[in-house]
Design a protein. Sequence first.
Length: 731
Amino acid sequence: MTYIKGRYKKAIFQSEDGYIIGLFKVKDTDDEELEKYINKTMTFTGHFHDLNEIDDYKFYGEIFNHPKYGEQFQVEKYERVKPEEKDAILEFLCSNIFKGIGIGKKKAQAIVDTLGKDTLNIILENPSNLILIPNITEKNANMLHDRLVEYESSYKIIISLSDLGFSTNEAMKIYNCYKENTLQVIEDNIYDIVYSINSITFKRVDYVFLNMHEKKDDMKRIKASIIYVISSLMEMIGHSYFYKEEIAYYLPKVLGFQIEEEVFNSVLEELIIDLKIIKKEDRIYLFESYEAEEFIVKRLNLLKHQKDTVEDNIDKYLKQLEKYMEIDYNKDQENAIKNAYLKQLLIITGGPGTGKTTILKGIIELYKKILKIDINKLHKKVALLAPTGRAAKRMSEVTNFPASTIHRFLKWNKETDRFGIDEYNKSEAEIIIIDEASMIDMFLFYNLLKGIHTNTKIIIVGDYEQLPSVGPGQLLQDFIESKALPIVHLNELYRQKEDSNILTLAYDVRNKKFDPSIFNVGDDLTFIKCPDSKVIEQILLISETYLDESYKDFQVLSPMYKTINGIDNLNMHLQELFNPKTRTKKELIIGEVRYREKDKVIQLTNMPDDNVYNGDIGIITKIETGKEKKIYIDFDGNRVKYTPANFKNFKHAYAISIHKAQGSETDIIIIPLVKSFHKMLYRKLIYTGVTRCKKKLFLIGDIKQLEYAINNEANLHRRTTIKEFLIDGIK
């Protein structure tokens, strides 16, 4: 039996009994035949109780050549490779604590190799002990010693946490949260870490707890598992509350055993006393989700009942605005623009082509005219906000007024997951205008409301028929369906002549109507019928005709990442079409994906310090492939440097998901619709994809899948209490 040592990357397939087919990055092996996989990823199979992506493992087994899938490592047994104390010390010396003192990984390795397990005590005893180590200067030694003295009370705790199984980065976060009380917290209730530090997951803490105690039925673990189940279901499904039976169904999958009903009920009661959950009749909420819904409704009701602004000349100003903008507003648009000035709270909703963009411009110009101030002064009073970077950029372009993401406006700190603008440090903005409001989840809106004054005017704009937020809730839909808040519905098509076939399709989808006769009768809307196996070929044929177009004007959208017609495979083919390999372009392989200069990429996470946000599209301008690998990406003039630590924050964007495209518009769009996407196709997804297109839309594949999607209302209903609170009041 041979072994491979390395790190688990991800599961390709996983059954309920623990059988996994996955990918494993090999660091070492005792088999010459397998040495070709060192520093590369290989496929493995076997049964596993638990695997994580942080620890190193040794897999024992044999190599097997599968007739269809090639070489695989069949695992007979496995073990977690416990870090040696020297490993923990090395990671500690390479952490941010010692940043800026000239001790990189190579020097840190030399120090640990020379001084061994007692490295830190030897340095503390006398910094001159470092001088004999090659390349360590007296300045390095003294700075390292002084920094260690500064952290003398903490490093032993950090090493202890590392020995328990936490990474040094995690250990640092835990220590910074609890300081000298850290080990007491670990002893009393290690699961408190999950509630206090968002970036350390339940699974990670649970793994460490079981290694420490092996007590699966510990009450602290059962409590934390219930909270984890509710949190996970909220993220996956989007509901704000769940029923006891639903939680009880998923709980054994986390605990690893079936809990007795009496114990389950008892733990729920304790969680209510602990203010971790709230139970209303048969509904169970996390404390923070109930608090968020209650707070949102109270604040909106407060705004709704405030007196309207008095402006006797509002109609005169509106006429001046029409003349200045060279436009004749319809009745709905007039109503929306006027009430955006007069009321303290207003919701403006409508489908594509009804003039939501025109209204945003009109609102800004009306404020300028009535208040008689310039853009700079108005910017101090008015904040234009959107959920994503792309939506904020589009909002700014159409209004000629600065706009930002909600996260940036609230000064979100990625490291702490906290907002700098909050109930203790409120924004001075007097008017908040939010676009693409269907994408805002209840927790983000809750934090926005906490960060502004109670008399701050709020104008909410959006189309609730689009995809709901990724996070829990369906705010815009609840606001509109409640009929309890000031709302202007835009019903008249403002762009009826322009893009008429695309708009017709959009409204057909919105109204659950399937009419194939609208395809291929004009240049703007085309459906190409073909089998799944020919879809990529058709996408490439169409794409080839737009090679000279700007990347911004052309986009492929796909509902899924996997399968032959999924985003990952499409990106591989489209990269070779739009940005083929040349001698002059540098390349870098990250994981199993090859990136090259001039590639189109999309940002996957918020990086507020670099002013780049989830969904932003950029171009790779430079790749450095030397010892210190770097990638530079240009996001419309904002050049951001990436190192291996954040390479995972972007991926190719020749094809992207419909979710990622939400909030933006593109001239030419291609959407594949195939049988393998069947489980992911539903009405709001298709509607959102169609409404991203401005000029030419190509649908490719099986037209029956489009009909199925239009009639599929799955994934649409979310259980929330906001609509109920708005109609019946909070009880």
